[in-house]
Design a protein around this ligand. Sequence first.
Ligand SMILES: C[S@@+](CC[C@H](N)C(=O)[O-])C[C@H]1O[C@@H](n2cnc3c(N)ncnc32)[C@H](O)[C@@H]1O
Length: 222
Amino acid sequence: MSRTSTFLTEELNAYVAEKFNGEDVFLSELQKEAAEAGIPAISIAPEQAAFLQVLLKSINAKRVIEIGSLAGYSAIAMARVLPSNGKLIACEINPEYCKFIRRKSREAFLDHIIEVREGPALATLESLGSSDAPVEFDLAFIDADKPNYLRYFEALFPMIRKGGLIVGDNALAWGHVHEPQPDFEPNNVAALRAFNDLIASHSGMLATLVPLGDGMVIGLKL
Ligand SMILES: C[S@@+](CC[C@H](N)C(=O)[O-])C[C@H]1O[C@@H](n2cnc3c(N)ncnc32)[C@H](O)[C@@H]1O
Protein backbone atom coordinates (compact mmCIF):
# COMPACT_ATOMS: atom_id res chain seq x y z
CA MET A 1 0.00 0.00 0.00
CA SER A 2 1.43 3.37 -0.98
CA ARG A 3 1.95 5.90 1.80
CA THR A 4 1.09 8.76 -0.52
CA SER A 5 -2.26 7.52 -1.83
CA THR A 6 -5.51 9.11 -0.72
CA PHE A 7 -8.32 6.59 -0.97
CA LEU A 8 -11.67 7.79 -2.26
CA THR A 9 -14.39 7.96 0.34
CA GLU A 10 -17.97 8.60 -0.77
CA GLU A 11 -17.49 12.27 0.14
CA LEU A 12 -14.28 12.58 -1.88
CA ASN A 13 -15.88 10.81 -4.81
CA ALA A 14 -18.85 13.22 -4.62
CA TYR A 15 -16.38 16.12 -4.70
CA VAL A 16 -14.64 14.75 -7.81
CA ALA A 17 -17.98 14.06 -9.49
CA GLU A 18 -19.23 17.57 -8.78
CA LYS A 19 -16.08 19.39 -9.90
CA PHE A 20 -15.26 17.31 -12.96
CA ASN A 21 -18.59 16.46 -14.45
CA GLY A 22 -19.07 15.67 -18.13
CA GLU A 23 -22.86 15.59 -17.85
CA ASP A 24 -24.68 18.57 -19.37
CA VAL A 25 -28.44 19.20 -19.29
CA PHE A 26 -28.94 17.12 -22.46
CA LEU A 27 -27.23 14.09 -20.93
CA SER A 28 -29.08 14.35 -17.63
CA GLU A 29 -32.38 14.52 -19.57
CA LEU A 30 -31.23 11.52 -21.61
CA GLN A 31 -30.75 9.56 -18.38
CA LYS A 32 -34.31 10.41 -17.25
CA GLU A 33 -35.80 9.41 -20.60
CA ALA A 34 -33.78 6.21 -20.65
CA ALA A 35 -35.10 5.29 -17.19
CA GLU A 36 -38.69 6.02 -18.35
CA ALA A 37 -38.08 3.76 -21.35
CA GLY A 38 -37.01 0.95 -19.00
CA ILE A 39 -33.33 1.08 -20.02
CA PRO A 40 -31.16 0.03 -17.05
CA ALA A 41 -29.07 2.69 -15.28
CA ILE A 42 -25.68 1.16 -16.05
CA SER A 43 -23.97 3.91 -18.01
CA ILE A 44 -20.62 5.41 -17.05
CA ALA A 45 -20.60 8.06 -14.32
CA PRO A 46 -20.48 11.81 -15.17
CA GLU A 47 -16.88 12.09 -13.93
CA GLN A 48 -15.92 9.29 -16.32
CA ALA A 49 -17.57 11.20 -19.16
CA ALA A 50 -15.36 14.22 -18.35
CA PHE A 51 -12.30 12.00 -18.21
CA LEU A 52 -13.05 10.40 -21.60
CA GLN A 53 -13.51 13.86 -23.10
CA VAL A 54 -10.10 14.97 -21.79
CA LEU A 55 -8.50 11.78 -23.16
CA LEU A 56 -10.06 12.28 -26.59
CA LYS A 57 -8.99 15.91 -26.83
CA SER A 58 -5.49 15.14 -25.59
CA ILE A 59 -4.87 12.66 -28.42
CA ASN A 60 -6.66 14.84 -30.97
CA ALA A 61 -9.11 12.01 -31.64
CA LYS A 62 -11.24 11.94 -34.77
CA ARG A 63 -12.29 8.32 -35.00
CA VAL A 64 -13.72 6.39 -32.07
CA ILE A 65 -15.38 3.02 -31.64
CA GLU A 66 -17.53 2.09 -28.66
CA ILE A 67 -18.39 -1.50 -27.76
CA GLY A 68 -21.67 -1.43 -25.81
CA SER A 69 -23.62 1.82 -26.07
CA LEU A 70 -26.86 1.29 -24.09
CA ALA A 71 -28.78 4.61 -24.35
CA GLY A 72 -25.93 6.57 -25.92
CA TYR A 73 -24.78 8.44 -22.80
CA SER A 74 -21.05 7.77 -23.20
CA ALA A 75 -21.28 7.89 -27.02
CA ILE A 76 -22.84 11.37 -26.96
CA ALA A 77 -20.42 12.59 -24.26
CA MET A 78 -17.50 11.45 -26.44
CA ALA A 79 -18.96 12.65 -29.76
CA ARG A 80 -19.34 16.15 -28.28
CA VAL A 81 -15.56 16.62 -28.27
CA LEU A 82 -14.89 15.18 -31.74
CA PRO A 83 -14.40 17.50 -34.71
CA SER A 84 -17.38 17.94 -37.06
CA ASN A 85 -15.78 15.52 -39.54
CA GLY A 86 -15.18 12.98 -36.75
CA LYS A 87 -16.81 9.56 -36.50
CA LEU A 88 -17.96 7.46 -33.57
CA ILE A 89 -19.13 3.93 -34.30
CA ALA A 90 -21.49 2.80 -31.53
CA CYS A 91 -21.81 -1.01 -31.39
CA GLU A 92 -24.96 -2.14 -29.60
CA ILE A 93 -26.76 -5.48 -29.65
CA ASN A 94 -30.19 -4.38 -28.42
CA PRO A 95 -32.40 -3.05 -31.26
CA GLU A 96 -34.54 -0.92 -28.92
CA TYR A 97 -31.45 0.72 -27.45
CA CYS A 98 -30.15 1.33 -30.99
CA LYS A 99 -33.38 3.16 -31.86
CA PHE A 100 -33.06 5.24 -28.70
CA ILE A 101 -29.42 6.15 -29.44
CA ARG A 102 -30.24 7.13 -33.04
CA ARG A 103 -33.03 9.43 -31.86
CA LYS A 104 -30.92 11.04 -29.14
CA SER A 105 -28.01 11.49 -31.57
CA ARG A 106 -30.33 13.39 -33.93
CA GLU A 107 -31.66 15.52 -31.08
CA ALA A 108 -28.07 16.30 -30.02
CA PHE A 109 -27.19 17.25 -33.66
CA LEU A 110 -24.55 14.52 -33.61
CA ASP A 111 -26.06 12.07 -36.09
CA HIS A 112 -23.41 13.04 -38.68
CA ILE A 113 -20.80 11.78 -36.19
CA ILE A 114 -22.47 8.86 -34.39
CA GLU A 115 -23.07 5.77 -36.51
CA VAL A 116 -24.96 3.04 -34.67
CA ARG A 117 -24.08 -0.53 -35.67
CA GLU A 118 -26.76 -2.91 -34.45
CA GLY A 119 -25.81 -6.49 -33.60
CA PRO A 120 -23.20 -8.46 -31.69
CA ALA A 121 -20.09 -6.27 -31.52
CA LEU A 122 -17.78 -9.14 -32.46
CA ALA A 123 -19.60 -9.50 -35.79
CA THR A 124 -19.40 -5.74 -36.35
CA LEU A 125 -15.67 -5.80 -35.63
CA GLU A 126 -15.21 -8.73 -37.98
CA SER A 127 -16.98 -6.88 -40.80
CA LEU A 128 -14.91 -3.73 -40.16
CA GLY A 129 -11.70 -5.76 -40.14
CA SER A 130 -12.50 -7.46 -43.43
CA SER A 131 -13.41 -4.28 -45.31
CA ASP A 132 -11.14 -3.28 -48.21
CA ALA A 133 -10.35 0.18 -46.87
CA PRO A 134 -7.98 0.15 -43.87
CA VAL A 135 -9.82 0.88 -40.62
CA GLU A 136 -8.06 2.99 -38.04
CA PHE A 137 -9.34 4.35 -34.75
CA ASP A 138 -7.84 6.81 -32.28
CA LEU A 139 -9.72 5.37 -29.32
CA ALA A 140 -11.78 2.28 -28.54
CA PHE A 141 -14.02 2.22 -25.49
CA ILE A 142 -15.03 -1.27 -24.38
CA ASP A 143 -18.11 -1.41 -22.13
CA ALA A 144 -20.19 -4.42 -23.18
CA ASP A 145 -20.40 -8.10 -22.14
CA LYS A 146 -17.39 -8.79 -19.92
CA PRO A 147 -16.59 -12.38 -21.06
CA ASN A 148 -15.85 -11.01 -24.54
CA TYR A 149 -13.46 -8.24 -23.44
CA LEU A 150 -10.37 -10.26 -24.49
CA ARG A 151 -11.89 -10.98 -27.90
CA TYR A 152 -12.76 -7.31 -28.35
CA PHE A 153 -9.17 -6.45 -27.52
CA GLU A 154 -7.79 -8.93 -30.07
CA ALA A 155 -10.05 -7.57 -32.80
CA LEU A 156 -9.45 -3.92 -31.89
CA PHE A 157 -5.69 -3.88 -31.31
CA PRO A 158 -4.76 -3.94 -35.04
CA MET A 159 -7.32 -1.19 -35.73
CA ILE A 160 -5.89 1.30 -33.21
CA ARG A 161 -3.28 3.73 -34.50
CA LYS A 162 0.06 4.12 -32.72
CA GLY A 163 -0.48 6.54 -29.86
CA GLY A 164 -4.17 5.60 -29.79
CA LEU A 165 -5.96 4.22 -26.75
CA ILE A 166 -7.97 1.18 -25.74
CA VAL A 167 -10.10 1.93 -22.68
CA GLY A 168 -12.02 -0.74 -20.77
CA ASP A 169 -14.74 0.09 -18.26
CA ASN A 170 -15.42 -1.78 -15.00
CA ALA A 171 -11.72 -2.35 -14.40
CA LEU A 172 -12.42 -2.53 -10.64
CA ALA A 173 -15.10 -5.17 -11.26
CA TRP A 174 -17.64 -3.54 -8.91
CA GLY A 175 -15.01 -3.55 -6.16
CA HIS A 176 -14.16 -7.26 -6.48
CA VAL A 177 -11.24 -7.18 -8.91
CA HIS A 178 -8.65 -8.03 -6.24
CA GLU A 179 -10.54 -11.12 -5.01
CA PRO A 180 -9.31 -14.38 -6.59
CA GLN A 181 -12.61 -16.15 -5.79
CA PRO A 182 -15.32 -13.52 -5.53
CA ASP A 183 -18.87 -14.37 -4.47
CA PHE A 184 -20.20 -11.61 -6.73
CA GLU A 185 -20.46 -12.33 -10.50
CA PRO A 186 -17.38 -14.61 -10.50
CA ASN A 187 -17.31 -15.11 -14.28
CA ASN A 188 -17.50 -11.42 -15.05
CA VAL A 189 -14.93 -10.57 -12.37
CA ALA A 190 -12.57 -13.23 -13.78
CA ALA A 191 -13.02 -11.81 -17.29
CA LEU A 192 -12.23 -8.30 -16.09
CA ARG A 193 -9.14 -9.50 -14.20
CA ALA A 194 -7.93 -11.29 -17.32
CA PHE A 195 -8.47 -8.12 -19.35
CA ASN A 196 -6.55 -5.97 -16.85
CA ASP A 197 -3.75 -8.56 -16.82
CA LEU A 198 -3.54 -8.54 -20.60
CA ILE A 199 -3.37 -4.74 -20.89
CA ALA A 200 -0.94 -4.45 -17.95
CA SER A 201 1.52 -6.95 -19.42
CA HIS A 202 1.11 -6.29 -23.15
CA SER A 203 4.46 -5.43 -24.73
CA GLY A 204 2.74 -3.19 -27.28
CA MET A 205 1.02 -1.02 -24.71
CA LEU A 206 1.75 1.47 -21.99
CA ALA A 207 -1.00 0.99 -19.44
CA THR A 208 -2.67 2.40 -16.36
CA LEU A 209 -5.89 2.06 -14.39
CA VAL A 210 -7.81 5.15 -13.34
CA PRO A 211 -10.15 4.57 -10.38
CA LEU A 212 -13.01 6.77 -11.58
CA GLY A 213 -16.49 5.27 -11.57
CA ASP A 214 -15.96 1.51 -11.52
CA GLY A 215 -12.44 1.99 -12.83
CA MET A 216 -11.10 2.41 -16.34
CA VAL A 217 -8.10 0.48 -17.61
CA ILE A 218 -6.26 2.36 -20.33
CA GLY A 219 -3.70 1.02 -22.78
CA LEU A 220 -1.78 3.34 -25.09
CA LYS A 221 -0.56 1.61 -28.25
CA LEU A 222 3.21 1.98 -28.63
C1 LIG B 1 -22.80 -1.06 -19.51
S1 LIG B 1 -23.82 -0.92 -20.91
C2 LIG B 1 -23.00 0.33 -21.87
C3 LIG B 1 -23.09 1.70 -21.26
C4 LIG B 1 -22.62 2.81 -22.17
N1 LIG B 1 -21.26 2.60 -22.60
C5 LIG B 1 -22.72 4.13 -21.45
O1 LIG B 1 -21.85 4.39 -20.60
O2 LIG B 1 -23.64 4.91 -21.71
C6 LIG B 1 -23.47 -2.38 -21.82
C7 LIG B 1 -24.17 -2.46 -23.16
O3 LIG B 1 -23.55 -3.48 -23.92
C8 LIG B 1 -24.54 -4.09 -24.72
N2 LIG B 1 -24.06 -5.40 -25.14
C9 LIG B 1 -23.99 -6.54 -24.41
N3 LIG B 1 -23.48 -7.53 -25.15
C10 LIG B 1 -23.20 -7.01 -26.37
C11 LIG B 1 -22.65 -7.54 -27.57
N4 LIG B 1 -22.29 -8.83 -27.66
N5 LIG B 1 -22.51 -6.72 -28.64
C12 LIG B 1 -22.88 -5.41 -28.54
N6 LIG B 1 -23.41 -4.86 -27.45
C13 LIG B 1 -23.57 -5.65 -26.36
C14 LIG B 1 -25.76 -4.14 -23.80
O4 LIG B 1 -26.95 -4.29 -24.53
C15 LIG B 1 -25.64 -2.81 -23.06
O5 LIG B 1 -26.41 -1.84 -23.71
